[in-house]
Design a protein around this ligand. Structure first.
Ligand code: SAM
Length: 257
């Protein structure tokens, strides 16, 4: 996959894209990144990429011409491509959206600054607007980096342990269970005994029930996307959690028998 980032502060991306999982994915050619400096496509003497808003008001607006000229230089990759503008007005980014983006061959992320981007650029060149949450950042760079990181984790081969993305929070409409490492006791708190038992089936059941408990307590809204197997329903009934989970909207997978 290739991700292209367009903005007026290209140095912003240097460290985050050269650390950890993203760096390894780039080195392994699982992910190619292109960074494009919009300012280099400003045509006036002062390389201005912003101007005053028509109609007055505070702040400046990003000019459409440098953005369009910069976008035109982004090398196209064969296959599915999407141009996404970082914007607090966009649909809110989620694990589901990350999964969708990970199926693209090329993602072009446009980072706004100032009061935002001239609407005519958005209208003509942008496929969709994407927000990373209901708050306002000073620029789209941090938002774009969040998207790169979340998408990168989902690319085949990007993570060391092949199935850990599938067991992440949100992947199955559940939050992740608690996790522990050595020592077996810390600050007066012992690791749950079952995790030391070596009984993998019992550990899997314990973790599933814990995930459900945590999701019920913290994000019951997620449970409307949960599909329960018969075994899971039996387990939750035994733990006294089934009614609460059903009330939160979880459904039962049809029986295969
Ligand atoms: N005046 C705009 C408004 O009220 O919607 C906010 C502009 S913000 C200061 C500048 C740029 O930061 C935006 O054009 C966008 O690219 C980026 N940005 C700010 N908040 C964001 C968010 N929550 N998600 C994605 N991008 C964001």
């Amino acid at each position: 996959m290739r991700i292209d980032l367009l903005g007026i502060f290209p140095d912003f991306f240097t460290t985050p894209l050269n650390e950890g999982i993203v760096r390894r994915a780039r080195e392994a050619r699982i992910l190619d990144i292109g960074i494009h400096n919009v300012r280099a496509y400003a045509t006036d003497r002062h390389q201005m990429t912003d101007d005053r808003p028509y109609g007055g008001g505070e702040g400046m607006v990003m000019k459409p011409e440098p953005l369009a000229a910069c976008l035109a230089t982004v090398p196209p990759v064969a296959g599915k491509r999407r141009v996404v503008l970082m914007s607090p007005r966009g649909a809110v980014f989620s694990q589901r959206r990350a999964q969708e983006y990970a199926t693209f061959d090329q993602l072009v992320l446009i980072c706004g600054r100032y009061e935002g981007v001239d609407e005519r650029f958005t209208m003509r060149f942008v496929d969709e607007e994407c927000s990373i949450g209901d708050y306002v950042l000073s620029g789209g760079e941090l938002a774009a980096l969040v998207i790169v990181d979340a998408v990168c984790r989902l690319l085949p081969g990007a993570l060391g342990c092949a199935d850990s993305a599938e067991k992440d929070s949100f992947s199955r409409s559940l939050l992740k269970h608690h996790q522990y490492t050595r020592p077996p006791e810390f600050a007066g708190v012992a690791v749950p005994e079952v995790l030391l038992s070596g009984d993998h089936a019992a550990i899997a059941r314990h973790r599933f029930v814990e995930s459900v408990r945590i999701t019920l307590a913290r994000r019951p809204d997620l449970l409307s996307g949960l599909l329960l197997s018969q075994e899971e329903s039996r387990l939750l009934r035994k733990e006294g959690l089934l009614t609460a989970v059903e009330e939160a909207g979880a459904r039962h997978a049809p029986s295969l028998a």
